[in-house]
Design a protein around this ligand. Structure first.
Ligand code: MV4
Length: 510
Protein backbone atom coordinates (compact mmCIF):
# COMPACT_ATOMS: atom_id res chain seq x y z
CA UNK A 1 0.00 0.00 0.00
CA UNK A 2 1.28 3.41 -0.80
CA UNK A 3 0.01 6.46 1.02
CA UNK A 4 1.05 9.72 -0.63
CA UNK A 5 2.68 12.16 1.75
CA UNK A 6 1.26 15.68 1.35
CA UNK A 7 3.18 17.65 3.94
CA UNK A 8 6.53 17.06 5.64
CA UNK A 9 7.69 18.76 8.81
CA UNK A 10 11.46 19.17 8.75
CA UNK A 11 12.84 18.73 12.27
CA UNK A 12 16.17 20.36 11.50
CA UNK A 13 17.91 23.57 10.43
CA UNK A 14 20.69 24.81 8.16
CA UNK A 15 21.74 23.25 4.89
CA UNK A 16 20.05 19.89 5.47
CA UNK A 17 16.68 21.53 6.15
CA UNK A 18 17.08 23.51 2.91
CA UNK A 19 18.10 20.31 1.08
CA UNK A 20 14.95 18.50 2.28
CA UNK A 21 12.71 21.46 1.38
CA UNK A 22 14.11 21.30 -2.17
CA UNK A 23 13.20 17.62 -2.44
CA UNK A 24 9.69 18.40 -1.15
CA UNK A 25 9.30 21.08 -3.80
CA UNK A 26 10.47 18.72 -6.54
CA UNK A 27 7.86 16.22 -5.36
CA UNK A 28 5.02 18.74 -4.97
CA UNK A 29 4.96 18.07 -1.21
CA UNK A 30 4.34 20.97 1.20
CA UNK A 31 7.19 21.73 3.58
CA UNK A 32 6.95 22.99 7.15
CA UNK A 33 10.06 24.30 8.88
CA UNK A 34 10.63 24.69 12.61
CA UNK A 35 12.90 27.29 14.14
CA UNK A 36 14.42 28.40 17.40
CA UNK A 37 14.76 31.97 18.64
CA UNK A 38 18.05 32.73 16.84
CA UNK A 39 16.83 31.06 13.61
CA UNK A 40 13.81 33.37 13.12
CA UNK A 41 15.15 34.72 9.84
CA UNK A 42 17.26 31.70 8.84
CA UNK A 43 17.45 30.48 5.24
CA UNK A 44 15.49 27.28 5.93
CA UNK A 45 12.67 29.33 7.45
CA UNK A 46 12.50 31.60 4.39
CA UNK A 47 12.59 28.62 2.03
CA UNK A 48 9.84 26.52 3.59
CA UNK A 49 6.15 26.86 2.74
CA UNK A 50 5.39 27.32 6.45
CA UNK A 51 7.50 27.84 9.56
CA UNK A 52 6.80 27.34 13.26
CA UNK A 53 8.59 28.65 16.32
CA UNK A 54 9.59 25.83 18.69
CA UNK A 55 11.57 27.49 21.48
CA UNK A 56 14.73 29.23 22.71
CA UNK A 57 18.05 28.97 20.87
CA UNK A 58 19.71 26.09 22.78
CA UNK A 59 18.85 22.90 20.87
CA UNK A 60 17.88 21.19 24.15
CA UNK A 61 15.02 23.70 24.33
CA UNK A 62 14.03 23.61 20.65
CA UNK A 63 15.28 21.19 17.97
CA UNK A 64 15.69 18.37 20.51
CA UNK A 65 12.32 18.66 22.25
CA UNK A 66 10.30 15.66 21.05
CA UNK A 67 6.93 16.94 22.22
CA UNK A 68 7.31 20.41 20.69
CA UNK A 69 8.09 18.93 17.31
CA UNK A 70 5.37 16.30 17.35
CA UNK A 71 2.83 18.85 18.60
CA UNK A 72 3.85 21.20 15.75
CA UNK A 73 3.57 18.40 13.19
CA UNK A 74 0.08 17.59 14.48
CA UNK A 75 -0.98 21.24 14.53
CA UNK A 76 0.14 21.93 10.96
CA UNK A 77 -1.26 18.58 9.76
CA UNK A 78 2.04 17.22 8.47
CA UNK A 79 1.76 13.53 7.65
CA UNK A 80 5.51 12.94 8.04
CA UNK A 81 8.57 14.21 9.90
CA UNK A 82 12.01 14.27 8.28
CA UNK A 83 14.71 14.47 10.96
CA UNK A 84 17.69 15.20 8.66
CA UNK A 85 20.95 14.26 10.41
CA UNK A 86 22.04 15.01 13.97
CA UNK A 87 19.43 16.23 16.48
CA UNK A 88 16.67 13.56 16.59
CA UNK A 89 17.68 11.58 13.50
CA UNK A 90 18.84 8.48 15.39
CA UNK A 91 16.65 8.71 18.44
CA UNK A 92 14.46 5.58 18.66
CA UNK A 93 12.11 7.09 21.28
CA UNK A 94 11.39 10.08 19.05
CA UNK A 95 10.70 7.79 16.07
CA UNK A 96 8.37 5.77 18.30
CA UNK A 97 6.48 8.85 19.50
CA UNK A 98 5.99 10.00 15.91
CA UNK A 99 4.43 6.67 14.97
CA UNK A 100 2.23 6.72 18.11
CA UNK A 101 0.99 10.17 17.06
CA UNK A 102 0.11 8.77 13.63
CA UNK A 103 2.93 10.62 11.91
CA UNK A 104 5.36 8.91 9.53
CA UNK A 105 8.97 9.08 10.73
CA UNK A 106 11.17 9.26 7.62
CA UNK A 107 13.75 6.69 8.66
CA UNK A 108 14.02 3.10 9.79
CA UNK A 109 11.74 1.44 12.35
CA UNK A 110 12.42 2.45 16.00
CA UNK A 111 13.59 -1.09 16.87
CA UNK A 112 16.13 -1.01 14.01
CA UNK A 113 17.48 2.35 15.20
CA UNK A 114 17.72 0.96 18.75
CA UNK A 115 19.46 -2.27 17.68
CA UNK A 116 22.05 -0.61 15.44
CA UNK A 117 22.62 2.29 17.84
CA UNK A 118 24.06 -0.23 20.29
CA UNK A 119 27.54 -0.87 18.85
CA UNK A 120 27.80 -4.23 20.63
CA UNK A 121 24.46 -5.48 19.32
CA UNK A 122 25.35 -4.09 15.88
CA UNK A 123 28.64 -6.03 15.99
CA UNK A 124 26.76 -9.21 16.92
CA UNK A 125 24.27 -8.60 14.12
CA UNK A 126 27.15 -8.13 11.67
CA UNK A 127 28.82 -11.36 12.84
CA UNK A 128 25.57 -13.32 12.47
CA UNK A 129 25.06 -11.84 8.99
CA UNK A 130 28.50 -13.13 8.02
CA UNK A 131 30.28 -9.75 7.79
CA UNK A 132 33.97 -9.51 8.55
CA UNK A 133 34.49 -7.75 11.88
CA UNK A 134 37.76 -6.71 13.51
CA UNK A 135 38.91 -9.44 15.94
CA UNK A 136 37.45 -8.44 19.28
CA UNK A 137 35.60 -9.42 22.41
CA UNK A 138 32.66 -8.36 24.50
CA UNK A 139 33.99 -7.99 28.03
CA UNK A 140 30.63 -7.26 29.68
CA UNK A 141 30.51 -8.64 33.20
CA UNK A 142 34.15 -9.71 33.13
CA UNK A 143 36.58 -8.78 35.91
CA UNK A 144 39.76 -6.89 35.03
CA UNK A 145 41.89 -10.05 34.98
CA UNK A 146 39.60 -11.81 32.49
CA UNK A 147 39.33 -8.65 30.38
CA UNK A 148 43.12 -8.43 30.33
CA UNK A 149 43.30 -12.08 29.27
CA UNK A 150 40.91 -11.23 26.41
CA UNK A 151 43.08 -8.26 25.40
CA UNK A 152 46.24 -10.37 25.47
CA UNK A 153 44.47 -12.99 23.38
CA UNK A 154 43.50 -10.35 20.75
CA UNK A 155 47.03 -8.93 20.94
CA UNK A 156 48.12 -5.36 21.69
CA UNK A 157 47.49 -2.69 20.58
CA UNK A 158 43.80 -3.05 21.38
CA UNK A 159 41.06 -0.47 21.13
CA UNK A 160 38.53 -0.08 23.94
CA UNK A 161 35.19 1.01 22.45
CA UNK A 162 31.95 2.10 24.08
CA UNK A 163 28.75 0.17 23.28
CA UNK A 164 26.77 3.39 23.43
CA UNK A 165 29.51 4.90 21.29
CA UNK A 166 30.07 6.92 18.19
CA UNK A 167 32.11 10.02 17.65
CA UNK A 168 35.16 8.52 19.32
CA UNK A 169 33.85 9.08 22.86
CA UNK A 170 34.76 6.33 25.31
CA UNK A 171 37.44 5.06 22.94
CA UNK A 172 40.99 4.27 24.13
CA UNK A 173 43.96 2.82 22.28
CA UNK A 174 45.89 0.55 24.64
CA UNK A 175 49.41 -0.28 23.52
CA UNK A 176 50.49 -2.53 26.38
CA UNK A 177 49.33 -4.67 29.28
CA UNK A 178 50.37 -2.24 32.05
CA UNK A 179 48.13 0.57 30.71
CA UNK A 180 45.13 -1.69 30.21
CA UNK A 181 43.27 -1.47 33.54
CA UNK A 182 43.52 2.31 33.70
CA UNK A 183 42.36 2.82 30.08
CA UNK A 184 39.48 0.43 30.58
CA UNK A 185 38.26 2.39 33.60
CA UNK A 186 38.58 5.82 32.00
CA UNK A 187 36.85 4.63 28.80
CA UNK A 188 33.98 3.18 30.84
CA UNK A 189 33.69 6.38 32.90
CA UNK A 190 33.67 8.58 29.81
CA UNK A 191 31.07 6.32 28.16
CA UNK A 192 28.90 6.43 31.28
CA UNK A 193 28.81 10.22 31.36
CA UNK A 194 28.46 10.62 27.57
CA UNK A 195 25.87 7.91 26.86
CA UNK A 196 24.58 6.85 30.26
CA UNK A 197 25.96 3.41 29.39
CA UNK A 198 29.33 2.23 30.71
CA UNK A 199 29.52 -0.99 28.63
CA UNK A 200 32.73 -1.30 26.62
CA UNK A 201 34.21 -3.94 24.31
CA UNK A 202 37.62 -4.66 22.82
CA UNK A 203 38.87 -4.74 19.25
CA UNK A 204 42.25 -5.26 17.66
CA UNK A 205 43.49 -1.72 16.86
CA UNK A 206 44.11 -1.02 13.18
CA UNK A 207 46.73 1.76 13.12
CA UNK A 208 46.11 3.37 9.71
CA UNK A 209 42.78 2.29 8.26
CA UNK A 210 40.67 4.00 5.66
CA UNK A 211 37.07 4.81 6.45
CA UNK A 212 34.88 3.63 3.59
CA UNK A 213 31.11 3.41 3.83
CA UNK A 214 28.36 1.92 1.67
CA UNK A 215 25.08 3.73 1.00
CA UNK A 216 22.06 1.46 1.00
CA UNK A 217 18.36 1.82 0.21
CA UNK A 218 15.82 -0.66 1.57
CA UNK A 219 12.07 -0.58 0.99
CA UNK A 220 9.18 -2.04 2.99
CA UNK A 221 8.85 -4.91 0.47
CA UNK A 222 12.16 -6.57 1.30
CA UNK A 223 14.16 -5.03 -1.55
CA UNK A 224 17.59 -3.69 -0.67
CA UNK A 225 20.32 -2.25 -2.91
CA UNK A 226 23.71 -0.62 -2.42
CA UNK A 227 24.70 2.64 -4.11
CA UNK A 228 28.48 2.36 -4.14
CA UNK A 229 30.83 3.69 -1.53
CA UNK A 230 32.09 6.93 -0.06
CA UNK A 231 35.65 7.38 1.11
CA UNK A 232 35.58 9.51 4.27
CA UNK A 233 39.11 9.05 5.57
CA UNK A 234 39.87 12.76 5.76
CA UNK A 235 38.50 13.72 9.14
CA UNK A 236 39.66 15.44 12.27
CA UNK A 237 38.53 14.45 15.74
CA UNK A 238 35.91 12.13 14.24
CA UNK A 239 34.45 14.97 12.18
CA UNK A 240 34.58 14.26 8.47
CA UNK A 241 35.99 17.11 6.41
CA UNK A 242 36.23 15.83 2.83
CA UNK A 243 34.35 12.89 1.34
CA UNK A 244 34.39 11.38 -2.12
CA UNK A 245 32.80 8.75 -4.28
CA UNK A 246 34.03 6.43 -5.60
CA UNK A 247 36.96 5.66 -3.29
CA UNK A 248 40.34 5.87 -5.04
CA UNK A 249 41.13 2.28 -3.89
CA UNK A 250 37.86 0.43 -4.32
CA UNK A 251 37.75 -1.87 -7.33
CA UNK A 252 34.60 -3.21 -8.96
CA UNK A 253 35.14 -6.54 -7.15
CA UNK A 254 35.70 -4.95 -3.72
CA UNK A 255 32.65 -2.71 -4.20
CA UNK A 256 30.52 -5.76 -4.87
CA UNK A 257 31.87 -7.57 -1.79
CA UNK A 258 31.36 -4.58 0.49
CA UNK A 259 27.98 -3.80 -1.08
CA UNK A 260 26.75 -7.36 -0.52
CA UNK A 261 28.00 -7.25 3.06
CA UNK A 262 26.08 -4.00 3.63
CA UNK A 263 22.89 -5.44 2.16
CA UNK A 264 23.35 -8.55 4.28
CA UNK A 265 23.43 -6.70 7.63
CA UNK A 266 20.58 -4.44 6.49
CA UNK A 267 18.42 -7.52 5.85
CA UNK A 268 19.37 -9.05 9.22
CA UNK A 269 18.36 -5.84 10.98
CA UNK A 270 15.04 -5.52 9.11
CA UNK A 271 16.30 -2.23 7.71
CA UNK A 272 13.91 0.13 5.92
CA UNK A 273 15.00 3.45 4.43
CA UNK A 274 18.29 5.04 3.42
CA UNK A 275 21.25 3.98 5.53
CA UNK A 276 25.00 3.72 5.65
CA UNK A 277 27.17 0.77 6.59
CA UNK A 278 30.63 1.91 7.71
CA UNK A 279 33.77 -0.14 7.23
CA UNK A 280 37.43 0.15 8.11
CA UNK A 281 39.64 -0.83 5.17
CA UNK A 282 43.19 -1.94 5.87
CA UNK A 283 46.25 -1.33 3.64
CA UNK A 284 45.83 -4.83 2.12
CA UNK A 285 42.22 -3.85 1.24
CA UNK A 286 40.68 -6.25 3.74
CA UNK A 287 37.56 -4.62 5.15
CA UNK A 288 35.85 -4.82 8.53
CA UNK A 289 32.38 -3.81 9.67
CA UNK A 290 32.38 -0.72 11.90
CA UNK A 291 28.81 0.48 12.43
CA UNK A 292 25.52 1.34 10.74
CA UNK A 293 24.20 4.89 10.57
CA UNK A 294 20.42 4.85 10.43
CA UNK A 295 20.04 8.29 8.87
CA UNK A 296 20.67 10.35 5.78
CA UNK A 297 24.31 11.40 6.08
CA UNK A 298 25.93 14.78 5.62
CA UNK A 299 27.97 13.40 2.72
CA UNK A 300 25.01 11.84 0.83
CA UNK A 301 25.40 14.28 -2.12
CA UNK A 302 28.58 12.62 -3.44
CA UNK A 303 26.55 9.44 -3.88
CA UNK A 304 23.78 11.44 -5.57
CA UNK A 305 26.30 12.94 -8.01
CA UNK A 306 27.74 9.59 -9.16
CA UNK A 307 24.48 7.58 -9.16
CA UNK A 308 22.11 10.28 -10.42
CA UNK A 309 19.63 9.45 -7.65
CA UNK A 310 17.99 11.91 -5.26
CA UNK A 311 18.32 10.20 -1.88
CA UNK A 312 15.81 12.42 -0.09
CA UNK A 313 13.20 11.65 -2.74
CA UNK A 314 13.99 7.96 -2.38
CA UNK A 315 13.52 8.27 1.40
CA UNK A 316 10.09 9.79 0.82
CA UNK A 317 9.05 7.07 -1.65
CA UNK A 318 10.14 4.38 0.82
CA UNK A 319 8.24 6.13 3.62
CA UNK A 320 5.16 6.13 1.39
CA UNK A 321 5.48 2.36 1.12
CA UNK A 322 6.47 2.30 -2.54
CA UNK A 323 8.78 -0.42 -3.84
CA UNK A 324 12.24 0.67 -5.04
CA UNK A 325 12.23 1.59 -8.72
CA UNK A 326 15.72 0.15 -9.21
CA UNK A 327 17.31 -3.25 -8.92
CA UNK A 328 21.04 -3.61 -8.21
CA UNK A 329 21.92 -3.95 -11.90
CA UNK A 330 20.33 -0.54 -12.62
CA UNK A 331 22.85 1.22 -10.40
CA UNK A 332 25.77 2.53 -12.45
CA UNK A 333 28.40 4.87 -11.10
CA UNK A 334 29.40 7.72 -13.42
CA UNK A 335 32.39 9.99 -12.87
CA UNK A 336 33.71 11.18 -9.53
CA UNK A 337 32.43 13.50 -6.80
CA UNK A 338 34.12 15.29 -3.90
CA UNK A 339 32.46 17.12 -1.03
CA UNK A 340 34.14 19.80 1.06
CA UNK A 341 32.39 20.72 4.30
CA UNK A 342 32.58 24.49 4.67
CA UNK A 343 32.70 25.36 8.35
CA UNK A 344 32.64 28.77 10.03
CA UNK A 345 35.83 27.91 11.86
CA UNK A 346 39.41 29.10 12.06
CA UNK A 347 41.68 26.22 10.92
CA UNK A 348 44.85 28.04 11.99
CA UNK A 349 43.59 28.18 15.56
CA UNK A 350 42.65 24.57 15.98
CA UNK A 351 39.31 24.97 14.18
CA UNK A 352 37.65 27.13 16.81
CA UNK A 353 34.10 28.09 15.76
CA UNK A 354 33.79 31.56 14.26
CA UNK A 355 30.42 33.23 14.85
CA UNK A 356 28.93 36.51 13.66
CA UNK A 357 27.36 38.01 10.56
CA UNK A 358 28.20 36.92 7.02
CA UNK A 359 29.08 40.33 5.61
CA UNK A 360 30.23 38.86 2.30
CA UNK A 361 28.94 35.67 0.73
CA UNK A 362 29.20 34.46 -2.83
CA UNK A 363 28.85 30.84 -3.79
CA UNK A 364 30.65 29.27 -6.73
CA UNK A 365 28.94 27.82 -9.79
CA UNK A 366 29.90 26.46 -13.18
CA UNK A 367 30.36 22.95 -14.62
CA UNK A 368 30.04 20.19 -12.03
CA UNK A 369 29.47 22.48 -9.06
CA UNK A 370 26.71 22.06 -6.47
CA UNK A 371 26.52 24.07 -3.27
CA UNK A 372 24.19 22.95 -0.48
CA UNK A 373 24.25 26.10 1.60
CA UNK A 374 22.43 26.74 4.84
CA UNK A 375 23.18 30.44 4.86
CA UNK A 376 22.75 33.59 2.76
CA UNK A 377 24.49 36.96 2.62
CA UNK A 378 23.90 38.71 5.98
CA UNK A 379 23.01 35.46 7.77
CA UNK A 380 23.92 35.23 11.43
CA UNK A 381 26.09 32.26 12.35
CA UNK A 382 24.84 31.32 15.81
CA UNK A 383 26.99 29.89 18.58
CA UNK A 384 24.36 27.32 19.48
CA UNK A 385 24.76 24.76 16.70
CA UNK A 386 27.23 22.94 14.50
CA UNK A 387 29.28 25.57 12.62
CA UNK A 388 28.98 23.88 9.20
CA UNK A 389 27.51 26.57 6.92
CA UNK A 390 27.55 24.81 3.57
CA UNK A 391 28.81 21.90 1.52
CA UNK A 392 30.60 22.27 -1.78
CA UNK A 393 29.99 19.19 -3.89
CA UNK A 394 31.82 18.87 -7.18
CA UNK A 395 31.44 16.33 -9.96
CA UNK A 396 33.86 15.53 -12.78
CA UNK A 397 34.35 12.72 -15.28
CA UNK A 398 37.28 11.43 -13.24
CA UNK A 399 39.07 12.22 -9.95
CA UNK A 400 41.60 14.53 -11.59
CA UNK A 401 38.94 16.70 -13.22
CA UNK A 402 36.95 16.75 -9.99
CA UNK A 403 39.95 17.97 -7.96
CA UNK A 404 40.65 20.70 -10.54
CA UNK A 405 37.02 21.84 -10.49
CA UNK A 406 36.96 21.74 -6.69
CA UNK A 407 40.04 23.97 -6.55
CA UNK A 408 38.43 26.39 -9.01
CA UNK A 409 35.14 26.44 -7.08
CA UNK A 410 36.92 27.00 -3.76
CA UNK A 411 38.76 29.95 -5.33
CA UNK A 412 35.42 31.44 -6.46
CA UNK A 413 33.87 31.03 -3.00
CA UNK A 414 33.73 34.25 -0.93
CA UNK A 415 33.03 34.21 2.79
CA UNK A 416 33.44 37.37 4.84
CA UNK A 417 32.58 38.39 8.38
CA UNK A 418 33.43 34.96 9.76
CA UNK A 419 36.41 32.68 9.23
CA UNK A 420 35.95 29.61 7.06
CA UNK A 421 37.67 26.37 6.12
CA UNK A 422 37.88 27.29 2.42
CA UNK A 423 41.62 28.00 2.53
CA UNK A 424 42.16 24.74 4.37
CA UNK A 425 40.36 22.83 1.61
CA UNK A 426 42.46 24.59 -1.04
CA UNK A 427 45.57 23.37 0.77
CA UNK A 428 44.25 19.80 0.67
CA UNK A 429 43.44 20.03 -3.06
CA UNK A 430 47.17 20.72 -3.64
CA UNK A 431 48.40 18.00 -1.26
CA UNK A 432 50.35 15.37 -3.20
CA UNK A 433 49.19 12.48 -1.05
CA UNK A 434 45.59 13.59 -1.47
CA UNK A 435 46.04 13.91 -5.23
CA UNK A 436 47.51 10.39 -5.29
CA UNK A 437 44.55 9.12 -3.26
CA UNK A 438 46.92 7.96 -0.53
CA UNK A 439 44.54 8.39 2.42
CA UNK A 440 43.93 7.11 5.93
CA UNK A 441 42.02 8.29 8.98
CA UNK A 442 45.40 9.67 10.16
CA UNK A 443 45.84 11.82 7.02
CA UNK A 444 45.39 15.25 8.62
CA UNK A 445 47.45 14.60 11.76
CA UNK A 446 50.25 13.09 9.67
CA UNK A 447 50.29 15.76 6.94
CA UNK A 448 49.61 18.80 9.14
CA UNK A 449 50.85 17.99 12.66
CA UNK A 450 50.95 21.69 13.60
CA UNK A 451 47.58 22.67 12.15
CA UNK A 452 49.57 24.61 9.56
CA UNK A 453 47.17 24.94 6.66
CA UNK A 454 48.46 28.19 5.14
CA UNK A 455 49.26 28.13 1.47
CA UNK A 456 52.23 30.45 1.35
CA UNK A 457 53.13 30.03 -2.30
CA UNK A 458 54.06 33.10 -4.33
CA UNK A 459 50.79 33.43 -6.17
CA UNK A 460 48.76 33.53 -2.97
CA UNK A 461 51.13 35.99 -1.33
CA UNK A 462 50.88 38.31 -4.35
CA UNK A 463 47.08 38.11 -4.34
CA UNK A 464 47.04 38.79 -0.60
CA UNK A 465 49.26 41.87 -1.06
CA UNK A 466 46.99 43.22 -3.80
CA UNK A 467 43.92 42.58 -1.65
CA UNK A 468 45.42 44.40 1.32
CA UNK A 469 46.48 47.35 -0.86
CA UNK A 470 43.00 47.58 -2.41
CA UNK A 471 41.34 47.31 0.96
CA UNK A 472 43.38 50.14 2.48
CA UNK A 473 42.87 52.26 -0.66
CA UNK A 474 39.09 51.77 -0.51
CA UNK A 475 39.05 52.49 3.23
CA UNK A 476 40.98 55.73 2.74
CA UNK A 477 38.52 56.77 0.05
CA UNK A 478 35.64 55.98 2.41
CA UNK A 479 37.12 58.26 5.09
CA UNK A 480 37.70 61.09 2.61
CA UNK A 481 34.25 60.60 1.07
CA UNK A 482 32.59 60.72 4.47
CA UNK A 483 34.37 64.04 5.19
CA UNK A 484 33.44 65.73 1.92
CA UNK A 485 30.33 65.91 -0.19
CA UNK A 486 30.25 63.81 -3.32
CA UNK A 487 30.08 67.01 -5.44
CA UNK A 488 33.24 68.20 -3.88
CA UNK A 489 35.34 65.04 -3.77
CA UNK A 490 39.10 65.38 -4.10
CA UNK A 491 40.40 65.29 -7.61
CA UNK A 492 43.81 65.57 -9.10
CA UNK A 493 45.58 68.92 -8.99
CA UNK A 494 44.49 70.44 -12.28
CA UNK A 495 40.82 69.70 -11.66
CA UNK A 496 41.04 71.46 -8.31
CA UNK A 497 42.84 74.39 -9.92
CA UNK A 498 40.22 74.67 -12.65
CA UNK A 499 37.39 74.53 -10.14
CA UNK A 500 38.91 77.29 -8.07
CA UNK A 501 39.47 79.31 -11.22
CA UNK A 502 35.93 78.96 -12.53
CA UNK A 503 34.65 79.93 -9.09
CA UNK A 504 36.77 83.08 -9.34
CA UNK A 505 35.31 83.76 -12.78
CA UNK A 506 31.82 83.26 -11.39
CA UNK A 507 32.47 85.70 -8.56
CA UNK A 508 34.09 88.11 -10.99
CA UNK A 509 31.09 88.13 -13.34
CA UNK A 510 28.80 89.27 -10.59
C1 MV4 B 1 38.67 1.68 14.93
C2 MV4 B 1 39.90 2.20 14.48
C3 MV4 B 1 40.96 1.33 14.41
N1 MV4 B 1 40.80 0.04 14.76
N2 MV4 B 1 38.56 0.38 15.26
C4 MV4 B 1 36.46 5.88 15.30
C5 MV4 B 1 35.03 6.20 15.52
C6 MV4 B 1 34.39 4.93 15.82
N3 MV4 B 1 33.08 4.88 15.24
C7 MV4 B 1 35.30 3.87 15.28
N4 MV4 B 1 36.55 4.48 15.05
C8 MV4 B 1 37.67 3.77 14.81
N5 MV4 B 1 37.60 2.45 15.07
C9 MV4 B 1 39.62 -0.40 15.17
N6 MV4 B 1 39.50 -1.69 15.53
C10 MV4 B 1 39.96 3.54 14.16
C11 MV4 B 1 38.85 4.33 14.32
C12 MV4 B 1 39.01 5.71 13.96
C13 MV4 B 1 38.29 6.28 12.90
C14 MV4 B 1 37.34 5.56 12.18
C15 MV4 B 1 36.65 6.15 11.16
C16 MV4 B 1 36.89 7.48 10.82
C17 MV4 B 1 37.77 8.19 11.53
C18 MV4 B 1 38.49 7.61 12.58
C19 MV4 B 1 39.42 8.37 13.29
C20 MV4 B 1 40.12 7.81 14.30
C21 MV4 B 1 39.91 6.48 14.65
Amino acid sequence: MTEKIKKILIANRGEIAVRIIRACRDLGIESAAVYSECDKTAYHVRMADEAYYIGPSPSTESYLVHERIIETARKCKADAVHPGYGFLAENPSFAEKCLEAGIIFIGPKPETIRLLGDKLLARDTALKAGLPVVPGRDIGGLDIASALAAATDIGFPVLVKAAGGGGGKGMRVVTSEDLFAESLKSAANEAASAFGDSRVFLEKYLPRPRHIEIQILADTHGNCIYLGERECSIQRRHQKVIEESPSPVVTEALREQMGRAAVSIARSAGYVGAGTVEFLVDHDLSFYFLEVNTRLQVEHPVTEMVTGLDLVKEQVFIAEGAPLKYIQEDIKLLGHAIECRIYAEKPEEGFVPSTGTLTHYRIPAGPGVRVDSGVLLNSQIPIFYDPMIAKLIVWGKDRRETIDRTRRALQEYRVGGVDSTIGFHLTIMDNEKFIRGDLSTRFLEEEYPDNDYHRLDGEVLEKAAIAVALDSFINERKIILSQTSSHNRPACGWVTYHRKNSLRQFRGSR
